[in-house]
Design a protein around this ligand. Structure first.
Ligand code: PGA
Length: 257
């Protein structure tokens, strides 16, 4: 973390978990144990049907509500999809784009990720752009090549002004939901590389101000060590974000002076 130059963001990614009633219950639990002062921004990304409930439930708690996906067209005959304007109109601030589960199960590619990033920015949303290598790619030694390609493709055509609204999440696919975390050094190395890639594209000042999260089995036991890496500015948390006490423990780990 480096709070002098950029925001630390602790974000839950609920994936396809929790009904509207469970969302309310989680918010009540969180309210009771949330630290009063926070040095980090807190966000929960919830299934789109639960966004209105979450908006009401997390109001007054300084917890933002985000979406887990968005479609890139503005409107039209795209049955089942949700547009960036629809999310914005509900009060959504952040949207996860290009999560590896979407790339794996829903045919998302670097091209659709780029289109979605543009659509989100156009609507005034902050995209959280996910990048990350598979185990095979890591073993082949192509991690940095792949990350560079994913970052450059996602940001193609994005102006410096708009880039300031983007967050990058480094999520090694092999660490997601597996209980296998990247070591702080492994995670830190890739996040430093992502910042260097952005520096080459946009210059040092902007690169310094971009929030880069780590995601992949982050939990109360490893959060502090991961967040101690200079280029890791928060977490995108799946499993551990579903339990209010674990989520707060991670917030507290990011909340150290
Ligand atoms: P995990 O998920 O924390 O359960 O590994 C992280 C993510 O997919 O964003």
């Amino acid at each position: 973390m480096n709070r002098r130059y950029r925001k630390t963001i602790i974000a839950g990614n609920w994936k396809m978990n929790k009904t509207a009633s469970e969302t309310k219950q989680f918010a009540e639990e969180l309210k009771a144990i949330m630290p009063k002062a926070k040095w980090c921004d807190v966000l929960v990304c919830v299934p789109s049907v639960n966004i209105p409930t979450a908006m009401r439930a997390f109001k007054d708690m300084r917890v933002s509500v985000g979406a887990e996906n968005v479609f890139y067209e503005k409107s039209g005959a795209y049955t089942g999809e949700v547009s960036a304007d629809m999310l914005k109109d509900l009060g959504v601030k952040y949207v996860i784009i290009g999560h590896s589960e979407r790339r794996q199960y829903f045919g998302e590619t670097d091209i659709t990720v780029n289109k979605k990033v543009h659509a989100a920015l156009e609507a005034g949303l902050h995209p959280i752009i996910c990048v990350g290598e598979s185990l095979e790619q890591r073993e082949l030694g192509v991690t940095m090549d792949l990350i560079s390609l994913q970052v450059k493709s996602a940001l193609a055509g994005v102006s410096s002004d708009k880039l300031r609204k983007c967050v990058i999440a480094y999520e090694p696919v092999w660490a997601i939901g597996t209980g296998k975390t990247a070591t702080p050094e492994q995670a830190g190395e890739v996040c430093t590389f992502i910042r260097a890639t952005i520096r080459h594209m946009y210059g040092a000042r902007i690169a310094r101000s971009i929030t880069i999260q780590y995601g992949g089995s982050m939990n109360p036991g490893n959060a502090a060590e991961l967040l101690a890496q200079p280029d890791i500015d928060g977490g995108l948390i799946g499993g551990a974000a579903l339990k209010s006490d674990q989520f707060v423990d991670i917030i507290n780990a990011a909340n150290q002076e």
